[in-house]
Design a binder for this molecule. Structure first.
Ligand code: HPA
Length: 279
């Protein structure tokens, strides 16, 4: 097996041959949110299965496609579908797309996910700007020898979710009349959903939303020097005193319903980034 850097060189060379766009933003979509790329101008579409060394998503609601083009004028690479620890992927596999984005020259990572609400004031369908995370997956993509070409051995995580990007997203949402929540996302491996006792525990440790993705990718992105903006769609709200079973179909339906609002925010953010950083 080739080492990570050798694989990245081959993957990146393949993608670069397919497009003249040099993406500044990378966007990783979550459950039921793969649609939220509709306002993109697409230059190139590549199926994951055609990309050398790229993992394949086993999750039905994930498309498994890379789109390269523009959003709000800003060059962007959108990944429709991500990889999860619960699929059996290692932290290195889960974060491979982030490393590819980093090698493509991406500077800002946007992430969306579906999450369970832990804050009783949240409603299903709310969008939450992630302002911090708790990694409860008991693993970390940086375990093992550090490749100094990719980042520092001990990356600082004090501002993992970039404060200026959060403010920008808040401004864009407010202008568009979209109400946003803000809070801490706790990442677990899943795939079993949380028991009521676990929900109480997660509330106690200061989390507002829970999900099975994002934390590995954000750690790799911060390690790679990317600025991160993360948005959760709250697809169900947990109430440990009166637990209501959550269905995957409902989670996907709520996420799809929120996708246009998410897209409005992301497009506005991309546009502002384009206006203020690139030209
Ligand atoms: N738990 C974990 N992941 C989720 C949930 C949940 O309740 N809802 C959507 N994704």
């Amino acid at each position: 097996m080739q080492n990570l850097m050798q694989r990245l060189v081959e993957t990146t060379a393949f993608i670069k041959k397919k497009t003249r766009v040099a993406p500044y933003i990378g966007y990783l979509t979550g459950t039921g949110l793969g649609e939220s790329a509709q306002s993109m101008t697409i230059d190139t579409t590549v199926e994951y299965r055609d990309i050398p060394h790229f993992p394949l998503s086993t999750v039905k609601s994930h498309k498994g496609r890379m789109l390269i083009g523009k959003l709000g004028g800003c060059p962007i690479v959108t990944l429709q579908g991500r990889f999860h620890l619960y699929e059996g992927y290692s932290p290195l596999d889960v974060t491979y797309p982030i490393r590819v984005m980093q090698q493509l020259g991406v500077k800002i990572l946007l992430l969306s996910n579906a999450a369970g609400g832990l804050n009783p004031r949240f409603n299903s369908g709310d969008i939450m700007l992630i302002d911090d995370h708790i990694n409860l997956t008991a693993t970390n993509p940086l375990v093992g020898p550090n490749d100094d070409h990719l980042g520092n051995r001990f990356p600082d995580m004090s501002h993992a979710y970039h404060p200026k990007l959060i403010t920008l997203a808040e401004e864009v949402a407010q202008t568009a009349g979209i109400k946003c929540q803000k809070g801490v996302y706790v990442g677990l491996t899943g795939p079993a959903l949380e028991t009521p006792a676990e929900v109480k525990f997660l509330q106690t440790i200061g989390a507002q939303a829970v999900g099975f993705s994002t934390v590995q990718e954000v750690i790799a992105a911060v390690h790679g020097g990317l600025r991160v903006l993360g948005l959760s769609t709250i697809t169900n709200v947990h109430n440990p005193a009166d637990p209501i079973p959550a269905s995957v179909e409902e989670i996907i339906a709520v996420a799809q319903n929120a996708a246009p609002r998410l897209e409005t925010i992301l497009k506005g953010v991309a546009q502002k980034i384009y206006e203020t950083e690139i030209c």
